[in-house]
Ligand binder design. Structure first.
Ligand code: ATP
Ligand code: MG
Ligand code: MG
Ligand code: MG
Length: 439
């Protein structure tokens, strides 16, 4: 993409309404624009990152054997009356009436809708296990929408639902989700710690939240510092193996790590003092096992091996896809702007032409651009007629992992400058070597 033809409305001034750094940087980098309280338009740069995050979530869900689909944003109130949640959900639910006076709602989550799909089409244990998921917009009429996309009213969530014959099978699905979530967050350059949590309006007994440690996080968390040494890394895992998935759950939940809702000061006090941590965290996902809480009232049953009708065991599992943009920026920025992890960056490389219109510099930039595209990378070429300082400031703000700076002086010596956004280190190299370094 050539910057002169792109739509990147960066802001010079720091927007005063933004209280935290990720919100400020997303506004300044022209990623989002507020449409109304807690509702945002995703401008091209923000949309690109959102799509990359979504793609990672999809890939890891499919890898775990979960099946993608898409349910609507608007739902009929009738299903929610069956589960008893239409009244129980409270004012966070946006209720709508259509022209025929039917009660509708903008879905805050999808347990009822998916259970209805399941009961309409599945009747035998032979069709289990089954895990369906979608990535769809949700609406929750949050009392205090704030921090940009972190606490929006309209937000993008991946929500997945498992259907199993027994509690044991459903707990395997739970563990499988935990493993796939660890992989998902690490691919985005994030450490998200599974913590024992409270189940809230979804209901159920077993639940973990995934928290990214950050001062601006809305949750108070308590943990054993040893937990932050754990990495999933690039180990291979057989998602069908009950033992393998359980072992990962045990490893990652063996140290004390809880949100304030489940925090137990007495148990916490048993950890050696130097390892006790109290901090703040951003909830980027949550997994639940809730058994037959929805299948029973809604009649989602299957015939079991002995020919008996039994309600299925279920769980639901969410990732805050749009909130993740804010969480990643909170975890990865400096005073000049965003520092995108490679896994989610909107463009891989920025090319800065120091002398637009100079035949040699222009030609060198074009050649680099074409090579990067051939390598399968997505470059952003700043071909505007701007001062070098302004171009550097834009690149630093939008946070691409690499910058290649091209100017007539360097070209005379056969070199360009390659700069890492994360370390700030620059090197002068022949263009081909700069490309090999990035690849
Ligand atoms: P929170 O405690 O932050 O209100 P939640 O526990 O109500 O979140 P869940 O029902 O667990 O949310 O939804 C799954 C995920 O969706 C959350 O872990 C979070 O990452 C994301 N999410 C929830 N509410 C919002 C929101 N208002 N804006 C953006 N993302 C959200
Ligand atoms: Mg909430
Ligand atoms: Mg929560
Ligand atoms: Mg939650």
């Amino acid at each position: 993409m050539r910057l002169s033809r792109y739509f990147l409305p960066v802001l010079k001034e720091t927007p005063s309404e933004a209280q935290i750094v990720s919100h400020r940087l997303m506004l300044r980098a022209g990623m989002i624009k507020q449409a109304s309280a807690g509702i945002y338009s995703w401008l091209p740069l923000g949309y690109k990152v959102l799509k990359r995050i979504e793609q990672i979530v999809h890939e890891e869900q499919v890898r775990a054997g979960h099946i993608p689909m898409l349910m609507p944003t608007l739902q009929s109130a009738d299903l929610w009356r069956e589960s008893g949640r239409y009244d129980a959900y409270g004012p966070e639910m946006l209720r709508i009436r259509d022209r025929h006076d039917r009660d509708m709602l903008y879905g805050p989550t999808n347990e009822e809708l998916i259970t209805d799909i399941f009961r309409s089409h599945v009747s035998s244990y032979r069709d289990l296990p089954l895990t369906l998921y979608h990535i769809q917009w949700k609406f929750r009429d949050e009392i205090r929408p704030r921090f940009g996309v972190m606490r929006g009213r309209e937000f993008l969530m991946k929500d997945g639902y498992n259907f199993d014959l027994t509690k044991e099978d459903a707990l395997h699905a739970y563990n499988r989700h935990l493993v796939s979530y660890l992989r998902t967050y690490e691919r985005m350059g994030l450490q998200a710690i599974p913590m024992r949590a409270d189940s809230g309006p979804i209901g159920g007994d077993d639940t973990h939240e995934f928290l990214v440690l950050a001062e601006t996080g809305e949750s108070e968390v308590f943990y054993d510092s040893e937990i932050t040494d754990l990495k999933f890394g690039d180990r291979e895992i057989d998602y069908d193996s009950v033992e393998a998935c359980r072992a990962v759950l045990e490893e990652f939940t063996s140290r004390y790590a809880r949100t304030d809702e489940t925090h137990d000061p007495e148990v916490f006090a048993q950890i050696p003092e130097e390892r006790r941590r109290t901090a703040r965290g951003i909830e980027v996902g949550q997994i639940f096992y809730f058994g037959t809480k929805y299948s029973e009232p809604m009649g989602a049953t299957v015939v079991d091996t002995e020919g008996k009708q039994v309600p299925v065991h279920m769980g639901s599992h969410g990732i805050g896809v749009s909130r993740l943009l804010g969480a990643i920026i909170e975890a990865s920025h400096d005073d000049k702007g965003i520092i995108w992890p490679e896994g989610v960056t909107p463009f891989h490389v920025g090319i800065v032409n120091l002398k637009q219109g100079d035949a040699e510099a222009d030609a060198a930039c074009h050649a680099l651009y074409d090579s990067l595209v051939t390598m399968g990378l997505d470059p952003l070429y700043d071909d505007r007629d701007e001062r070098a300082g302004a171009k550097f400031a834009t690149m630093d703000l939008i946070g691409l992992p690499w910058r290649i700076t091209v100017g007539p002086r360097g070209l005379k010596n056969g070199v360009v400058e390659l700069t890492s956004r994360r370390t700030g280190e620059s090197e002068e190299l022949p263009p081909e070597q700069a490309l090999t370094r990035i690849a």
